[in-house]
Design a protein around this ligand. Structure first.
Ligand code: BGC
Length: 750
């Protein structure tokens, strides 16, 4: 850290800062400082700490109200401040003009980058690269903290099986184990080695819990999750974040088994506090305390405050029920003093850990840390690793940069705005590089690059531009067609009942494909889309998600083979919405599906295929369009020599497999290990991911990859929160996706 970063912004600030105590260094010192402060606080000041306000830039009256609230100790935190100057101004009032001089904490949704935008989290997860994801989160923390943000509402740790849900874009895929690993990596990146470092920001595990199970994939909808399922599928990523030292949790919007998660003592008190011993604080989601009323759980705002506090929410985001009704509730004995004190203690503890008491201000004088060369380098690397090559037959890719005519087509070929993804923070549209804007940098001077969007926007139904795209395609030797979802179709409250290509894009694909030119589709999206017809007419498909600032360079690196694709899907891609929910780690049923279907060998959708009473649809195959874990490379990998050891003294099995690069290019394979327990006290998934490794191999190189399989990793929760590891028959697979691989049975002895 440079010395200049330690300098404070102005003289008055310097004077004020000198009055602050040094940050307590040890946990014990922090606890003592918290108790000392708590003992001096009035009830109103405590309720103020439990309130988080939205910072409204306009009108001026709003700003004045905010400042006065800080002066009167009626607020503990703001979200969405607009600049470091605003942060310093409000902080100055808090630490100079309020009675107890308690600093504020400023939060923002730094979800996939601040000014340097990384791919949406779902895209990042396809890198299966925790270290790189941690590095990206570190960049985001450094950039955001330079604007006074010391708290991000990330990582989003929800697991979902439903791509209709717009917030699938924010998830790290459908698998609890992978989400746990990658979520914990994000926590490490945001929070850094030392929370008190001004460049570290507190992370927030959200949305606790079960929010991704929204019925029908409709945002905010009801969730019904049996306890064992909750503990096996939805809670592990949150527990991993807690174990990684996360400082805050966000209670969610959803009703879980009849009890909204922002007033749920079972999840917030029993599991989070008692079982996991979490000592940070819980913030509600936006207005989710007040929303207990429309849920039909609270009678009015007073009741909402009561239920939120009893439930275990420590800080109320935006709605003001705690502040307005806390005193009366306490007076009437509806809540206890201990509940209030516990909430405030947690909030103060995190503020102390962040060093806000001794270093409350944001340095505005240091050189910019935004969009640095290193930040962009990390973004480019993560962005290339996030993209998944779904098809390449016959090997159209990589493109040759020499002497050809290439048509770059489609509404998303040059749409910077759609590169951003669902949380664009401080990013500027013009800073997002599109495919077309960098394409010329990749080809020789003799190569002609033609451009035609075909449709004005991704959602446009006006087909008059298609003729120009077809004309360009006819002149070209190869076509790169950039299609998919615009950025506004995914994220919060952006659910879709149909997942087909929006607008007239299918017509565009059909028309371009009819020219017979080799067709490469680059598909953007905040979710798995359904695009079977387009896929059939293309020779190659690169799934690019919403890639962020380095979209164009990353895509061109891959299209031209400067980098070999290595991304693998972290969600199952359905053939059609009717298959949803479709996910790889499902249960077998008593009449398993695809196996019988394959055995019958009957075509789908024909009358003959109505025989057989199996768990399947008559009109679509049971298998997905692309399975979890799938992704191609420009090289090929062979798996051989799978071996599984006898258990060691601790019961740990060692699995090894040899992997060889059998193609003509250097490449990286994501090697995946899955297991299945055949018989359990509760029925078990047909496969579960238990390990993965990214393995880089030169041409012809062979490497042995080793995994340890602990008995613990084979266990699961049954109702009542009991974790069991059961002896019996298991199967283990190691391979390049969830639908293939070498496998061996094994028996777990008692
Ligand atoms: C979202 C959260 C977000 C919060 C603050 C809510 O609407 O559900 O994910 O952190 O707003 O912006």
């Amino acid at each position: 850290m440079s010395l200049r970063r330690l300098l404070l912004p102005c003289a008055s600030v310097l004077l004020a800062a000198s009055a602050f105590a040094a940050t307590p260094a040890s946990d014990a010192e922090i606890e003592t400082a918290v108790e000392k402060l708590l003992s001096k606080m009035t009830l109103a000041e405590k309720l103020g700490q439990m309130s988080q306000r939205h910072y409204a830039l306009k009108p001026q009256t709003e700003i004045t109200i905010s400042e006065e609230a800080v002066r009167q100790s009626q607020v503990g935190s703001f979200l969405n401040p607009d600049s470091a100057e605003t942060v310093n101004q409000l902080q100055r009032i808090a630490v100079e003009e309020s009675r107890l001089k308690i600093p504020l904490i400023f939060g923002l949704d730094v979800i996939h980058g601040y000014r340097t935008l990384f791919p949406i989290p779902l895209g990042q997860s396809c890198s299966w690269n925790p270290e790189l994801i941690a590095a990206a989160a570190r960049v985001a923390a450094i950039e955001a903290s330079s604007a006074g943000i010391r708290w991000t509402f990330a990582p989003m740790l929800d697991v979902t099986h439903d791509p209709r849900w717009g917030r699938v874009a924010e998830t790290l895929g459908e698998d609890p184990f992978l989400t746990s690993q990658l979520g914990a990596a994000m926590v490490r990146g945001f929070q850094g080695q030392n929370l008190a470092d001004p460049q570290s920001i507190a992370a927030c595990a959200k949305h606790y819990v079960g929010y991704g199970a929204a019925e029908g994939g409709r945002d905010y909808n009801t969730t019904l999750i049996p306890e064992a399922e909750l503990r096996n599928i939805y809670l592990p990523s949150f527990k991993a974040a807690k174990d990684a030292g996360i400082q805050t949790f966000m209670s969610a919007f959803n009703d879980l088994n009849g009890v909204p998660t922002s007033a749920n003592p079972f999840t917030l008190r029993q599991i989070l506090r008692k079982e996991w011993a979490f000592d940070g604080f819980v913030v509600s989601d936006w207005n989710s305390v007040k929303e207990l009323i429309p849920h039909g759980f609270a009678a009015d705002e007073r009741d909402a405050a009561r239920l939120g506090i009893i439930g275990g929410v420590d800080m109320e985001m935006v709605s003001t029920n705690f502040r307005e009704h806390g005193e009366a509730l306490l007076h009437d004995g509806a809540i206890s003093q201990a509940m209030i004190d516990d909430a405030v203690r947690r909030i103060l503890r995190v503020k102390f850990r962040l060093g806000l008491f001794s270093n409350p201000y944001t340095d505005t004088k240091s050189p910019s840390v935004l969009l640095t060369e290193e930040n962009l380098r990390i973004a480019r690397e993560l962005t290339t690793q996030s993209m998944v090559l779904l098809k390449n037959e016959p090997r159209v890719l990589p493109l040759s940069p020499e002497g050809k005519t290439i048509a770059v087509l489609g509404p998303l070929a040059d749409s910077a705005t759609d590169m951003r993804g669902c949380w664009s923070c401080a990013a500027k549209i013009e800073e997002c590089r599109t495919v077309y804007s960098v394409f010329k940098d990749y080809v020789s001077p003799t190569t002609r690059v033609l451009y035609a969007p075909g449709l004005a926007t991704a959602g446009s139904k006006d087909t008059k531009g298609i003729a120009a795209a077809v004309k360009a395609a006819r002149k070209a030797d190869v076509v790169v067609l950039c299609i998919g979802e615009g950025h506004e179709l995914s994220g919060e409250a952006r659910c879709r009942a149909f997942l087909d290509l929006p607008g007239a894009q299918q017509e565009l694909v059909d028309a371009v494909a009819a020219t017979g030119k080799p067709l490469v589709l680059v598909i953007f999206g905040g979710r798995p889309l359904t695009f079977s017809r387009a896929a059939d007419s293309a020779q190659a498909i690169l799934y690019a998600w919403h890639p962020g600032t380095m979209a164009g360079p990353a895509i061109c690196d891959l299209l031209f083979g400067r980098t070999n694709p290595s991304g693998k899907l972290t969600t199952t891609f359905p053939r059609t919405v009717g298959q949803i929910p479709i996910y790889y780690n499902h249960k077998n049923t008593g009449r398993p599906t695809s196996f019988e279907e394959e055995k019958l060998g009957l075509p789908i959708g024909t009358p003959q295929n109505t025989i057989g009473y199996y768990s399947r649809y008559l009109d679509v195959h049971s298998t997905p369009a692309f399975p979890f874990g799938f992704g191609l490379s420009y090289t090929t990998f062979a798996y051989t020599d799978l071996k599984l050891s006898q258990p060691d003294a601790n019961g740990v099995l060692t699995a090894t497999v040899a992997i060889t690069n059998t193609g003509a290019r250097e490449g990286t394979e994501v090697v995946q290990l899955y297991t299945r327990q055949f018989v359990g006290s509760l029925t078990r998934p047909i496969k579960e991911l238990k390990g993965f490794q990214r393995v880089a191999l030169k041409v012809g190189e062979k490497r042995t990859v080793t995994f340890a399989v602990t008995p613990q990793s084979l266990g699961y929760f049954v109702d009542g929160g009991k974790f069991i590891v059961e002896p019996g028959r298991y199967q283990l697979w190691i391979g390049g996706d969830s639908a293939s691989g070498l496998s061996t049975p094994f028996v777990l002895k008692p």
